[in-house]
Design a protein. Structure first.
Length: 251
């Protein structure tokens, strides 16, 4: 699926099938988590016995944020699934939202606030699958309609390594600026575009995916956010470079 097709309207069935073909071609095993309004919600596992770590990647959580799934699909097609890593991937978490170009799912639920209550079919199934994983590093791809630059959340339960931020800035700066605001979504940044988030939710019963992963024992996660105001091609490029940069970082 190319950017022109996306701009004309996303064919989510085709997007799901493109992911299935690309991931199965790479050797991943597909697991159907559930079906929602005729759309398959699938996860993929590519486990290697001698892998250095297990990396989890997700996209498509919010339906009005297309750059994440597009970037992930391009990365897979370009061979990002290297043999030193085991991979677990959920590429299209909110298919009904993507089909409607809407943040929420077809019920009007923000799936990225549902990991405590589990009111949606999507997150009930997704969280159950996550419960069986042992993830070393998680990456989630998102977008923000209010930002003007790139930023990311880091939840870190291991060693604090500020050099990770420095590497991210070097990777992203040729593509777009880091977000200039010093407070993002009520979070005071540690550095421009870097939210160093504690291991607890902002609202006690509105857990996002990253908090759920941390509660399940994931030691380190990044949530990448690109600004929806910039061209889609730039946002896709930034996500791709952010993922590449993150994977080169020592844990």
């Amino acid at each position: 699926m190319n950017l022109r097709e996306i701009l004309m309207g996303m064919d989510v069935h085709k997007l799901i099938e493109d992911f299935n073909l690309a991931l199965c071609r790479a050797g991943a095993r597909r697991q159907l988590l559930t079906e929602v309004e005729g759309y398959a919600l699938s996860a993929y596992e590519l486990i290697r016995p001698n892998a250095e770590r297990v990396v989890y990647v997700s996209s498509g959580m919010h339906g009005d944020e297309p750059a994440g799934p597009l970037a992930l699909l391009e990365l897979i097609d370009e061979g990002i699934l290297n043999e030193q890593v085991s991979w677990v991937i959920c590429p299209v978490i909110n298919p009904t939202g993507l089909a409607a170009n809407c943040r929420d799912n077809f019920q009007g639920l923000d799936l990225n606030r549902d990991y405590f209550k589990k009111e949606s079919k999507e997150i009930t199934a997704h969280a159950s699958w996550l419960d069986g994983l042992n993830v070393d590093f998680a990456i989630s791809l998102h977008e923000d309609w209010e930002s003007t630059g790139f930023y990311f959340y880091e939840i870190n339960q291991t060693e604090d390594r500020p050099q990770r931020y420095e590497r991210m800035v070097r990777a992203i700066s040729p593509i777009m600026p880091m977000e200039k605001e010093l407070v993002i979504d009520d979070h005071v940044v540690r550095e421009r575009g870097w939210i160093y988030h504690e291991n607890k939710p902002d609202e006690p019963k509105l857990w996002p995916e990253a908090i759920y992963l941390a509660m399940q024992g994931c030691p380190l996660s990044f949530t990448f956010e690109t600004p929806s105001s910039l061209p889609l091609s730039k946002r896709v490029e930034a996500h791709k470079e952010a993922v590449r940069s993150a994977l080169r970082m020592p844990l």
